[in-house]
Ligand binder design. Sequence first.
Ligand code: NI
Length: 136
Amino acid sequence: MEKLARVGITLPVKLLNRFDDEITAYANRSDAIRHLMRDYLVERQWEGNETVVGTITLVYDHHQTEQHGSLTDFQHRAGEMILSTLHIHLNRDLCLETIVIRGQASKVLQLSEQLIASRGVVHGRLSATTLGDWAA
Ligand code: NI
């Protein structure tokens, strides 16, 4: 079983009360703090240019992207960084694609910016997460 540590911290009462009001989705305060600590550490991993994973979600007009070819080009050039893609035909014109990507944070960010800025992309988002080796 996972080794746990118990810590005591000192906080302003108003801050703690406000925090407790906002974390009702969590089972308890410890769960909420664990979640926020991991979230902070993931941010630090991305800022520190470590190896990370993420998903890029794109909605695009396939007539336009086929014409310009940049979506496919960027993905082919990314090679092994792309772990998987899921493609859904939303309607006659629009497609939704999610791309799971793993690599050095700066390279993942660069690829996601290139894809999101491509001609024909209506909307795009990167969801940044972690390989989570430290997160048990
Ligand atoms: Ni499609």
